[in-house]
Design a protein around this ligand. Structure first.
Ligand SMILES: Cc1ncc(C[n+]2csc(CCOP(=O)(O)OP(=O)(O)O)c2C)c(N)n1
Ligand code: SF4
Length: 281
């Protein structure tokens, strides 16, 4: 990928653990942003909305407009940003804890209403910043601060959940695959509607399945576009357990009405109605 020189670096000292998968995600996102800027996107039209967690420190390391709010609430904030100014390209960074535990309802509703925001979920399969509690996608038996004898719960599949929530773009990538991630980010940017991107990411300090992922991850063909059935088949190849091949790729993409566009049409109509009422009374 040919890049234009854009200074995306900030003066913030990086506090991620050496070897963390977040570094790869940051580098791939920068690559995608540089490509977008080289193709005409204005840097000031890009907004990063962060959650709370290791993942969201990414906002501190990017010289872009950004907002970090409450834990589990970045999706609602991002929807507000997009609704207020539809010209902005809004990227949400969140963790599996923030989006599948605290903020799960927001994620489902943003997918359902097809809000034109791009949600990038760093899936390290635990609450990392608070030192390793289990989340909705931790593997059964995972030992951590809150589960010293191993969690007794089975994980659920966020990709299947996104199919059921009518998300219009669903993808999975891996923090060690820079080019793959950058391309998925660029495709999500081109998609007019909600995008959910799961990035599998090792947390070298509290849950480090690097070898497991390297042995099982493969790049699937992006053939599932517009087919819920095919997407579910791909998503079900791996059930977040300790076995199975793990497909990466854009599993699903479909055009459908976008929330902010429909809402703005309605606001326009209401203004007309107000004018009529003013004229009448
Ligand atoms: C509502 C709320 N609940 C809990 C916390 C404490 N907390 C801060 S960061 C964090 C862990 C974040 O985990 P995750 O979202 O998976 O991101 P990661 O750190 O793994 O990137 C938690 C539980 C909080 N700040 N606010
Ligand atoms: S605790 Fe885990 S996720 Fe957080 S910076 Fe360290 S390695 Fe990365």
């Amino acid at each position: 990928m040919e890049l234009q020189k854009t200074n995306l670096i900030t003066q913030c000292p990086n506090t991620w653990c050496p070897g963390c998968g977040n570094f790869g995600i940051l580098a791939a996102f920068k690559q995608a942003i540089e490509k977008m800027i080289s193709q005409g996107t204005k840097r000031e039209d890009i907004v990063v909305v962060g959650d709370i967690g290791c993942n969201s420190k990414i906002a501190d390391y990017l010289n872009l407009n950004s907002f970090i709010g409450l834990h589990g609430r970045p999706v609602t904030t991002a929807e507000g940003v997009k609704l207020a100014n539809p010209n902005l390209k809004v990227f949400v960074f969140t963790g599996d804890g923030g989006s599948l535990n605290e903020g799960l309802d927001h994620l489902i509703h943003a997918a359902k209403r097809n809000s034109n925001i791009k949600v990038i979920m760093h899936n390290n399969r635990l609450f990392a910043l608070t030192t390793g509690q289990f989340t909705a996608v931790s593997p059964k038996g995972m030992k951590g601060r809150s589960t010293p004898q191993g969690t007794i719960e089975e994980p659920f599949s966020p990709l299947e959940l996104m199919v059921a929530s009518n998300a219009s773009f669903i993808a999975r990538s891996y923090s060690a695959k820079m080019e793959h991630m950058a391309n998925v980010f660029l495709e999500a940017d081109k998609h007019n509607g909600f995008a959910f991107i799961e990035i599998l990411q090792p947390c070298v300090s509290f849950f480090n399945p690097i070898q497991f992922y390297n042995e099982r991850i493969y790049e699937a063909e992006n053939k599932a576009i517009e087919s819920e059935e095919e997407t579910l088949k791909l998503a079900r190849e791996w059930n977040y357990s300790e076995s199975g091949k793990i497909p990466l790729g854009i599993f699903y993409k479909k055009e459908r009405p976008v929330f902010e566009e429909s809402a703005r049409e309605l606001i326009g109509k209401n203004i007309e109605i107000e004018k009529c009422l003013e004229a009448h009374y």
